[in-house]
Design a protein around this ligand. Structure first.
Ligand code: GDP
Length: 381
């Protein structure tokens, strides 16, 4: 438990973007709040703030000029919640009003870590980062005690070789899902590459249209990578289109190409797109050879085949007719999520949780038992 509760803070607990209702939690000293709310909040029941009972919902108007309907609730003596219209505008306006009264805006994790322990803070905030119903179900299950119980089951005493083995097995059983767990809040990265005009952007649009579930558009800040987030089979996937990878003397273009190459290197999955209607070029061969683990899409399969047998092992797709899009989507999911854990499996989901488990594993393997026992409670700090 972190004892620093002196600072007054405000944090939005609900996910960013559009929604019916947003919730802002404020931690504060009761005296300061009374004075502040006298000027910012007019309760419909006309009572002063200190006379409002704890745990009662209080309807009223926020602000003096442009009034905003809100519901306030004193959760405890030092913590209240504001429920306002969903959407960034109402939330930002209230956070700004609070900031003018010295209440710092912080992230939900930061605020919860002061109120509770770090693990609770991570579990709660992960729920606001779910991008699909399927990942939200997973995160909800983890945050209902499943993950905490798995950490608490790690053996406290590792005096015997058998207990050390037991601890290592439990840690490995958790770490095996670390990649899956991190993608419950961060989309899987799929990056398309290929010569100009092979139809990369058409293919991305077709995949997005095929899904009819664009979660958000990320406008490209540069012309080298443009991304959109969608969901395949309930898993969030960010599709990125890279610029052509040809070498050039243009410094700006080279910087863009380097960024595109970095995106390809760090992607969870690469898709090389070739134009089936045009005979193969050296650049096509370079790309398929450079990314041997990529899915290769033989695109524009609605047109006469210019490749012949060589393209037989590639996925035939046409963005124009829709042929092969379903198969491509299934192939993407099979590569990204080859195995889904059984319901009820604890899954670590943050870098910190995975680093903690890796550290305990190292200590066990190096027989540093005293340090293992000392660091075991770190998951909550
Ligand atoms: P990019 O430069 O790789 O992003 O390619 P574009 O998506 O801009 O497409 C290049 C051209 O190919 C455009 O004229 C598209 O209309 C065309 N095109 C894209 N996909 C297909 C397809 O599946 N079939 C056919 N016949 N043409 C396509």
């Amino acid at each position: 438990m972190n004892g620093s509760t002196a600072r007054s803070t405000a944090a939005c607990l609900t996910a960013a973007g559009r929604g019916a209702v947003a919730v802002i939690r404020v931690t504060h000293s009761p005296l300061e709040t009374s004075a502040m709310l006298e000027s910012l909040f007019q309760p419909a029941n006309g009572k002063r703030w200190h006379a409002q009972p704890v745990q009662r919902l209080i309807y009223g108007a926020w602000g003096t000029e442009a009034r905003e309907d809100v519901v306030l609730c004193r959760v405890t003596d030092t913590n209240f919640e504001i429920q306002c219209h969903g959407g960034d505008a109402a939330v930002n306006r209230i956070l700004q009003d609070l900031a003018r009264h010295g209440i710092a805006t912080v992230s939900a994790v930061e605020q919860t870590a002061v109120l509770q322990d770090q693990l609770d803070a991570e579990l709660q905030s992960s729920l606001t980062q779910a991008l699909t119903v399927r990942t939200a179900d997973w995160l909800h299950e983890q945050s209902c005690g499943l993950l905490r119980a798995a950490f608490e089951r790690l053996p406290q005493v590792t005096a015997t070789a058998e207990s050390r083995q037991q601890a290592l097995r439990q840690i490995d059983d958790l770490l095996v899902w670390s990649r899956f767990g991190r993608h419950l809040t961060q989309p899987w990265q799929v990056v398309l590459t290929g010569r100009p005009n092979v139809g990369k952007s058409s293919l991305i649009n077709a995949l997005l249209g095929f899904q009819r579930a664009i979660v958000s558009e990320i406008p490209g800040t540069t012309r080298d990578v443009v991304s959109s987030i969608t969901a395949f089979d309930g898993w969030p996937v960010e599709l990125s289109d890279t610029a052509g990878m040809r070498t050039t003397d243009d410094l700006l273009e080279n910087a863009g190409i380097n960024r595109a190459r970095d995106r390809l290197l760090t992607a969870d999955l690469r898709i090389v797109v070739i134009d089936l209607s045009q005979p193969p070029t050296a650049e096509d061969h370079d790309l398929t050879a450079s990314w041997p683990d990529a899915l290769v899409v033989a695109h524009k399969c609605d047109l006469p085949d210019g490749w012949g047998d060589e393209a037989g092992r590639f996925l035939r797709v046409s963005s124009r007719t829709g042929e092969g899009l379903g198969t491509l989507q299934a192939a993407i999911v099979a590569k990204l999520v080859p195995q889904v854990p059984e319901a009820g499996t604890p899954v670590p989901m943050t870098e910190r949780q995975c680093a903690y488990l890796e550290r305990l594993k190292t200590l066990l393997l190096e027989n540093r038992m005293e340090e293992y026992c000392q660091e075991l409670p770190d998951i909550q700090r």
